[in-house]
Design a binder for this molecule. Sequence first.
Ligand code: F6R
Ligand code: MG
Ligand code: MG
Length: 373
Amino acid sequence: MAQKITVSVIKADVGGFVGHSDVHPALLNRARELMSAAIEQGLLVDAYVTHAGDDINLIMTHRRGPDNPDIHQLAWDTFVACTAVAKDLKLYGAGQDLLTDAFSGNIRGMGPGAAEMELTERDSEPIVVFMADKTEPGAWNWPLYKMFADPFNTAGLVIDPKMHKGFRFEVHDLIDKKRVVFDAPEEIYDLLVLIGSPGRFCIKSVYSRTTDEIGAVSSTERLSMIAGRYVGKDDPVMIVRSQSGFPAIGEVLEPFAMPHLVAGWMRGSHNGPLMPVSVAQATPTRFDGPPRVVALGFQLAGGRLVGPQDFFADIAFDEARRTALQMANYLRRLGPFEPHRLPLDEMEYTTLPHVMERLESRFEPLQPIRTEL
Ligand code: F6R
Ligand code: MG
Ligand code: MG
């Protein structure tokens, strides 16, 4: 039996260059040094360091399975080392996503986001790592549904006998901390009731119903719920397997040709289009946005990351970018009005409590129009 390999994508914002727009090359270099050392020690099989906006992404392969304390420690130590560089350069928000001083074995719930997948490498194993900036984990719900459940996006659901039975979706309720599993296509209406509300329900993982193999996994941490206050958006990542029983690369990327609206953008408080971009274009400047998504393709070869292929650099996504910018123009004209600004209950960690506190004594009860019927 072939050896299993784990792909761990762990990300954090530990300092922006300039403001919240980008990562300084000195931080990426520091991260690369530590990843190389871990490969030499044999802890990692391979690693690739990149960024989406102001978030550092560590794409790592190893043999230790998800939630491994040594791998999480390595990621944590790398972010701590990058924070030191960020502090030296006085970069913006140095160490912002490291919410605790005492690391205790698992990075989940400590600020950084993680998507991890253990798999048995197929004869050829194409994967796509998605990384977003200025948005939240629920941003993956719409594209994951399109990839794995919508035959108008994914022709393979109709045509490929290995996909025809559909896929299984694991959905997390981030507020009540519960999970539920749905089979598509039979249960898509129930599934959509939940995932159509991405501020609360997030698709955590997707499995093939033909092979039971994992097809996708996302990071579902919500920083504000960890910290109890606004500390930036979560800027999620996800890993998707492709081809031979999973959606083809073109089916995996196709949902992003339609920039859907996601929560995040300026001050984590606005709806905006998710704009597909290359790594070089992942520097949100327009009103700190619009929110960006990068897609890097790799072929796994015994755990080695052969790549990346920077998919959204393709001119085929130029039109999506143009659409996203037109949507951005329209939404920006609404200024502080919903639905550009997020609804009030989404802003409970930011402005709302302060304003309500100050205005409390000025509120007077309304006279009832009729006291009895
Ligand atoms: C959004 C984000 C930025 C900041 C904004 C204000 O996720 O990180 O839009 O919220 O630049 O930042 P501060 O409050 O640090 O000045
Ligand atoms: Mg930031
Ligand atoms: Mg960010």
